[in-house]
Design a protein around this ligand. Structure first.
Ligand SMILES: *Cc1c(COP(=O)(O)O)cnc(C)c1O
Length: 401
């Protein structure tokens, strides 16, 4: 048995985030050690045999078991409220692991059309090639989800809120729909993180993460994970990890585990900054529209507040009046924000989705998704709110003048 940290049963998320993991090694370190070892030594041949046959729980080989992975997995499972978790080398690696483990030729997936672009590519490209069918539906129209379900539907997949439109889907309604059809619901929880939203509370079966975003929180590593029951992890995901090797490195797992210690305070502070920035942008004469679930003007404001602990999160988008030229000017006038295509960092990141993250779509697909040439996305960080406003005001005031 791999021992557990001893904690009172009723401790809260903030406590779990800094305390859940593994007990210290015999050296008594207070901060988690790094276990940069590819394999583990066994006391004798018979013990090694039992461990390789899964008859005795122990660390064996870092492709699928390592103390740094266990620390990160137990910590994330505790925050998401699941009994199990498995770490992967990236967020996309987590989605690939889930599809490989749960789907076979002839199965069908219903997926929101607004999920992360690579997820759509993975289903439409790779999995279609192996005979897995998928139907893409509106993020917010439950009737479309229902109509898309077929006898061979095994999985519903959604992400909420979406990027960059911040559309929110009803997790409980989708979970009920999936379960009535004998299917599972998986939710990509990158945008909110478990500090704001725990999809299993609303009935989701699997929660997927890109640790690259808020879990690391400081833009250092790529990582991913699937949270589900320990039974699903052991029976479905772990065998594919053992043979497929979608592993996370122990060092990156350590970085993400340390990042999670400050997740809650970062999410609160970055969400506060985001709300203030969204309110300020909504009043600016050069801004046509702001997309942020924390604003009462957002179409799913009430649902978002219910699912996301009363918070809008730390990603927002807005349309600059006049299209691409003025929106490029606003981006280029910033001196504090990073011009990049990520979010979930303590540094604010400013992005022009139509020419970067969503640049591979056709103009027609972008228009259908509502992503115009004037749209700017912000991953809001921890800088002082007045500095962020000033950074955007420089360009926006020039556009309005
Ligand atoms: C970034 C991201 C992913 C993919 O994660 P990687 O770690 O980059 O592979 C998946 N879903 C969402 C919502 C993301 O933002």
């Amino acid at each position: 048995m791999i021992p557990r940290v001893r904690l009172p049963a009723d401790v809260r998320l903030e406590t779990l985030a800094v305390r859940e993991g593994l007990p210290a090694s015999p050296w008594g370190e207070n901060s988690e050690a790094l276990f940069l070892t590819s394999c583990f030594v066994h006391p004798d041949a018979a013990t090694a045999a039992r461990r390789f046959a899964n008859e005795e729980e122990a660390f064996v080989y870092s492709r699928f078991s390592n103390p740094n992975l266990t620390i990160m997995e137990r910590r994330l499972a505790a925050l998401e409220g699941t009994s199990g978790c498995i770490a992967t080398g990236s967020g996309m690696g987590a989605i690939l692991l889930m599809f490989l483990a749960l789907l076979k030729a002839g199965d069908h997936v219903v997926c929101s059309q607004s999920v992360f672009g690579s997820t759509i590519k993975l289903l439409q490209g790779e999995f279609a090639k192996f005979g897995v069918e998928s139907t893409f539906v509106s993020q917010t129209d439950l009737a479309q989800w229902k109509a898309a379900i077929k006898p061979n539907t095994r999985l519903l997949f959604a992400e909420t809120p979406t990027n960059p439109m911040t559309e929110v889907c009803d997790i409980q309604a989708l979970a009920d729909m999936a379960h009535n059809a004998g299917a599972l619901l998986a939710v990509d929880n990158c945008m909110c993180s478990p500090a704001l939203q725990q999809p299993v509370k609303f009935g989701a079966d699997i929660v997927m993460h890109s640790g690259t975003k808020f879990l690391d929180g400081q833009g250092r590593v790529n990582a991913g994970a699937l949270c589900a029951t320990q039974v699903m992890v052991d029976e479905k995901f772990l065998p594919v990890m053992r043979s497929g090797g979608l592993s996370l490195s122990p060092f990156n797992a350590w970085v993400v585990a340390k990042g999670m210690e400050t997740l809650s305070v970062r999410m609160k502070a970055q969400s506060d900054n985001s709300l203030q920035l969204a309110q300020w942008l909504e009043q600016h004469p050069a801004v046509a529209r702001v997309y942020y679930p924390g604003l009462p003007s957002h179409p799913q404001y009430e649902l978002a507040m219910k699912q996301q602990s009363g918070s809008g999160g730390a990603v927002l988008s807005f349309d600059v009046k006049g299209g691409r030229e003025p929106s490029f000017a606003v981006i280029d006038a910033t001196q504090v924000c990073s011009i990049a295509a990520n979010f979930g960092d303590v540094r604010s990141i400013i992005t022009h989705p139509a020419t970067t993250t969503h640049g591979r779509l056709t103009e027609a697909q972008r228009q259908a998704a509502g992503i115009g040439q004037g749209m700017i996305r912000m991953g809001v960080g921890l800088e002082h709110i007045e500095d962020l406003k000033a950074d955007l005001a420089r360009g926006l005031d020039a556009v309005a003048a």
